[in-house]
Design a protein around this ligand. Structure first.
Ligand code: 5GP
Length: 209
């Protein structure tokens, strides 16, 4: 799998343990950023009553999902809790070509794949406020976490450990608007940094001509 540099837009991966509020954060990002695109994943998971096909996910059969994998239509895909989920390539490519901020709300297995394909992707891992202590120890002081073990935290812990290698940003969703503002700040800083690097490269190339 070779890396694809992002020519104009910005790929933003949002991951985190289930129930942490990723969906709400992504919808809020879409409201507050006027140039954002939220990727709608394809899944083999059955649709729930509240979900809408094409809005929450593109719901397909297991066979159709595998068919799309075989045709290379997905940027990444993973099995999560026994169901398959993947990011369609076509709409993402369109969004990036239009210089948009493309938000992918996907799990850590998918995040790892995206980072390999787009090394410049902005990787953000969301933590719940009740995981603050755990997060602090895992990311800050890297101490043993024996005493904090319970089902939810231990599941989260596995994901956090996996995320540690690929996610350079961690945001605690203590207050929705604050978390969203923090994420917007991260995205803007990354976009500015990328513009600066591109400008410097262009200047260097002009001078060497
Ligand atoms: P749910 O079934 O609760 O909507 O999603 C289950 C998990 O699948 C969540 O962690 C979500 O982030 C992840 N997920 C949703 N779409 C994708 C996708 O396109 N690719 C990957 N790798 N994970 C996804």
């Amino acid at each position: 799998m070779s890396a694809r540099p992002v020519k104009s837009g910005t790929v933003v991966v949002i991951s985190g343990p289930s129930g942490v509020g990723k969906g709400t954060i992504c919808r809020e990002l879409l409201k507050r950023l006027d140039n954002a695109y939220l990727s709608v994943s394809v899944t083999s998971r059955p649709k729930t009553e509240k979900e809408v096909d094409g809005r929450d996910y593109w719901f397909v059969s297991y066979e159709e999902f595998q068919n799309r994998v075989g045709k290379g239509l997905l940027l990444e895909y993973a099995e999560v809790f026994g169901n398959f989920y993947g990011t369609p390539k076509d709409k993402l490519d369109e969004a990036l070509a239009a210089n948009k901020i493309a938000i992918l709300e996907i799990d850590v297995q998918g995040g790892k794949q995206v980072k390999q394909i787009y090394p410049e992707a902005v990787m953000i891992f969301i933590l719940a406020p009740n995981q603050k202590e755990l997060a602090g120890r895992l990311f800050g002081r890297a101490r043993d976490d024996e005493k904090t073990a319970n089902k939810r935290l231990s599941r989260a812990q596995t994901e956090i450990e996996a995320a540690q290698r690929f996610y350079e940003h961690r945001v605690i969703n203590d207050n929705l608007q604050d978390a969203v503002s923090e994420i917007i700040g991260i995205i803007e800083t990354e976009r500015t940094r990328k513009r600066t690097v591109t400008n410097k490269c262009n200047e260097a190339m002009e001078q060497s001509e």
